[in-house]
Write a protein that binds this ligand. Structure first.
Ligand code: ZN
Length: 315
């Protein structure tokens, strides 16, 4: 089968033919669409501990098993630790992801634990590959932030893969959405926002929001905190550049009693909820497709911010 392989961190992926290997209690899925997550780019740069090369990335996998349409839950969890037992398997003590601890979905076929597959309600694989992971991320982050209908929220990176699906979900659940994005994506982002801001110093224009969803991280977090009201919550979802995050005015967050909290992916239940929202057409998936052979072009387009929404590989 054809696969895209990371042989060296940060270098172009190689397209190769390899033998598909399958383990105990695993099934082989014929991949029809594979989403490119921001997390994959972190893997590609070697940003996580314990990654072993060569590696096939990808945990947003949709395809066929036994002639039926299936999705694959991308996290492999133990099912036994206190987090798994309390329905918080996103915090599993031995959590690993397809495409990290194990070969992932940038391939014609992938072997996955049987319990990770679930039936898809239709066979439009691309739309699920584009929006399921981002939307599940938004569903989880909204819970972490304990947002209530009518509250105002600020979302950074609103035109990216996570952002464009997050703002749609937030509008759907009745939040007032202020989006921060680059100028080129303003038009699409404005469809799902109460206001869009493209300025670097956006806190001049957006003040006293109830919660911030920080998708960009280091480059925007200090402005975000300036826009956040007293006792407001900032949910840290991503840090795209992987740079250290420096709090320029810690006194501000101290005086305003800001709560800064992380949001770690999502549970299987939240992933299925995302799939359902996409199936019902409640959220419009934004994406651009690439043949598997063009994975490096897709990476460059994502890094340069050329795509509104997700990049999706079609093996
Ligand atoms: Zn993902």
């Amino acid at each position: 089968m054809k696969v895209a392989l990371i042989e060296n961190f940060g270098e172009p992926l190689k397209i190769k033919e390899v033998q598909v290997k399958t383990g105990q209690n695993e099934v082989i899925v014929n991949v029809k669409a594979s989403g490119i997550c921001g997390r994959d780019l972190v893997v590609w740069k070697g940003g996580f501990k314990n990654l072993k090369l060569p590696l096939i990335p990808g945990h947003e996998i949709f395809g066929e098993f036994n002639g039926t349409s299936v999705g694959v839950f991308g996290a492999i969890t133990c099912g036994k630790c206190k987090y798994c037992l309390s329905g918080k398997e996103n915090l599993c003590e031995s959590l690993t992801f397809l495409g990290e601890g194990k070969f992932g979905g940038y391939a014609e076929k992938v072997s996955v634990p049987k319990e990770n597959i679930f039936p898809l309600p239709d066979s439009n694989y691309e739309k699920y590959a584009a929006a399921a992971c981002p939307l599940a991320t938004a569903i989880h982050a909204a819970k972490v932030a304990e947002v209530k209908k009518g509250e105002s929220v600020l979302v950074t990176g609103a035109g990216g893969g996570v952002g464009i699906h997050t703002i749609q979900y937030f509008k759907k659940i009745g939040l007032k959405v202020f989006s921060v994005t680059s100028g080129s994506k303003k038009e699409i982002v404005s469809k799902y926002s109460d206001a869009v801001i493209t300025e670097k110093e956006f806190s001049k224009y957006i003040k006293d929001v109830d919660a911030v969803f920080e998708i960009v991280g280091a480059n925007t977090i200090n402005e975000s905190l300036k826009s956040l009201k007293k006792e407001g919550r900032l949910v840290l979802i991503g840090n795209v550049d992987g740079k250290n995050i420096e709090l320029i005015r810690p006194a501000l967050s101290i005086m305003r009693e800001h709560k800064i909290v992380g949001s770690a992916a999502f549970t299987k239940k939240e992933y299925l909820e995302a799939v359902d929202l996409i199936h019902r057409g409640d959220v419009k998936p934004y994406y651009r497709t690439y043949p598997l052979d063009d994975v490096n072009r897709a990476y460059q387009d994502i890094i340069q911010g050329k795509i509104t929404g997700r990049g999706v590989l079609l093996p």
